[in-house]
Write a new protein. Structure first.
Length: 98
């Protein structure tokens, strides 16, 4: 999986801005339930917004790479307790800039 360029990240951040968080990570952290939720969401869309519970053991910046690796996705942004991930569909719905 090729890495995203800065221009592509900016583009994806702009698309993720109006989205609501659809996956929530609880105090247990990255569980099988969260992994299943991620797979289900990536089955419907390419951009997924995730919120991390304030009571979670790890903070969002530490959990973001684990979430991306678990989903086979690209990390786009971490802002506060919110993480945005991107995984292209086959065929891609979002046309990324070059």
């Amino acid at each position: 999986m090729a890495t995203l360029t800065g221009k592509q990240r900016r583009f994806l951040r702009s698309l993720s801005n109006p989205l609501k968080a659809t996956v929530h990570v609880g105090k247990e952290g990255l569980t099988e339930g969260v992994r299943g939720s991620l797979e289900a969401e990536f089955g419907h869309r390419e951009l997924v917004k995730i919120t991390i519970n304030p009571n979670a053991d790890a903070d969002a910046k530490a959990l973001a790479p684990e979430l991306a690796a678990a989903a086979g996705a690209h990390w786009v942004q971490t802002l506060g307790r919110t993480v945005v991930l991107y995984r292209p569909a086959d065929p891609p719905e979002i046309a990324l800039p070059a």
